[in-house]
Structure formats: C-alpha cells, structure tokens
Ligand binder design. Structure first.
Ligand code: SAM
Length: 249
C-alpha cells in the first residue's frame, strides 16, 4: 500500500472529494481508513489535515472508528484556498520512466493538468490514468498543495492541436534546437495560461513538428545544447517555468 497518508509537520494530510466546512463528518476512503487505523494506529481524537482542492485546508479530528472505517469531523479552516499558476503538461508517455514518476514530480512542480499525448513515435500507448491520479494525489498530499492536478485520458497529437484553446500558450520543447531559449520565451510572453509539450524517446517526426509549429498558440523553445530524456525535459521545463513565470519567484 503506497504511503498515501503523508506526515507534514507531525500531522497526516489527506485529500478528500467531499465539501469541507465546520462540523461536517466525512468517511475516510477505504485505503485511508486502513492506513490510519492499522498502520498509523490512529485513534479517536487524532488530528489530521484535510483538503479537497476547493475549500482550503481544514484541521479535522477522527470522530469515530470501526474495524475498517474511520469518520472525520471538520474542526476549523487552517489555510484559505489559493490559486496556483495555470500550467499544464502535455507529454508523450515513455517506456523507461513510468508515467507514475512523471505524475508525482510534475505534481510537486505545480502542474494543473497532466495530459498524455500519443504521437507517431510514442511506444507506450496504454496509460493507466487511475494510477497516475493516485500518484498525483499522493504527491499533492506530500507537497502541501491545496489542489490535485487533473489527469486526462490520452489524446492523439493531431486531436490535441485541433482542439487547442487559442488563448493558452503551447511551449513546444523542440530538440531541434532552433527555438528560443525557454527563459527568454517566458520573459517575452504575457500569457496567463501555459502548457509544456514534450515528445517521446524518438522525438517528434518532421510532419508532427511542422504541424505543431504551424499552430498559432505554439512557441518552439530550446532546453539547451544537450538532448534530454523526455522526463528530464518535462521536469526541467516546468522548473524553469516556475522560476520565471510561476510561483517560485
Ligand atoms: N529526437 C531526440 C534525439 O535526437 O535523440 C529524442 C527526443 S528527446 C529524448 C524527448 C523529448 O524531450 C523531445 O521530443 C523534446 O520534446 C524534449 N527535449 C529533449 N532535449 C531537448 C532540448 N535540448 N531542447 C528542447 N526539447 C528537448
């Protein structure tokens, strides 16, 4: 059982789907109850922190326990809900690095949406989005985020481009190297919504590169002189984004 309940400053922090307000009682999900009761040996009265991506973070107490169930009671809000930078990651899943790892790290780096993209050279065609979401929740709990990224079903590159929201900047990580340095492209942009797009192990094929570059919302960028693995490129681009245009500055 993954350690879905994260110790953050002495308290367990949990993501729940339900609304959060004073005195509301919430039943722990099955995995959460098992872990709290049988691994953490938590008992009635134990304090935990709850968030749902909408109502901020709340202090709660374990109000009731059973063999396989645990009921929380919300006490008071300890953090107001705050907005995070509007950054998405569109990535061609790769074989060597499980998408789980990318989902965890991209969540820690603050992405709002994880969108697997199937390109002509994408070797991995089946993506377990339920697993990705479970990894994203675990990383959100651990990293003190107040939101959990939305994990979308895989989409073909041409469909992604065809339905692209024109106001959203699409930062195309193009290993051909003739794009602007990423930091320079970010400094030049006054966009309020961004996306990083990275390709598979074999890169984008020439037809795909032309189609991506022809899109009006696309800015081709370089991530330096070395060819990075797809996961390195995605996480590196997200880090530069947060430092230049996100919430690290
Ligand atoms: N075509 C590459 C080659 O020649 O070996 C392989 C693709 S690379 C392993 C995977 C993806 O990471 C690329 O499609 C691109 O999105 C991104 N990437 C890697 N290095 C990059 C760089 N220096 N600049 C921009 N993007 C890069």
């Amino acid at each position: 059982m993954n350690d879905r309940l994260q110790q953050t400053g002495g308290e367990v922090r949990l993501y729940v789907e339900s609304a959060l307000r004073a005195d509301i009682r919430i039943a722990a999900a099955e995995g959460q109850a098992h872990y709290l009761l049988h691994v953490m040996r938590a008992r009635v009265g134990r304090r935990i922190r709850l968030f749902n991506g909408r109502d901020g973070e709340w202090l709660a107490g374990i109000a009731e326990v059973g063999k396989h169930r645990c009921i929380f009671e919300c006490l008071n809000r300890i953090r107001a809900q705050s907005a995070s930078p509007d950054i998405w990651l569109c990535f061609a899943p790769i074989k060597k690095t499980p998408a789980d790892y990318l989902a965890q790290k991209a969540t820690e780096l603050g992405v709002a949406v994880l969108q697997p993209v199937i390109t002509r050279r994408t070797v991995v065609t089946r993506v377990n989005t339920e697993r990705l979401r479970a990894n994203a929740i675990e990383a959100a709990e651990q990293s003190d985020r107040l939101t959990v990224p939305e994990v979308r079903e895989p989409v073909a590159l041409h469909s992604l481009l065809a339905g692209w929201p024109t106001e959203r900047l699409l930062i195309f990580c193009d290993e051909a190297g003739d794009g602007l340095p990423l930091a320079q492209a970010l400094r030049k942009s006054n966009s309020k919504s961004w996306t990083v797009l990275t390709g598979p192990e074999g890169g984008f094929d020439p037809v795909e590169r032309d189609a991506i570059r022809a899109h009006p919302s696309v800015v081709p960028v370089s991530l330096g002189p070395r060819i990075l693995r797809a996961d390195t490129a995605a996480l590196g681009a997200l880090s530069v984004f947060q430092a230049i245009a996100g919430d690290w500055s």
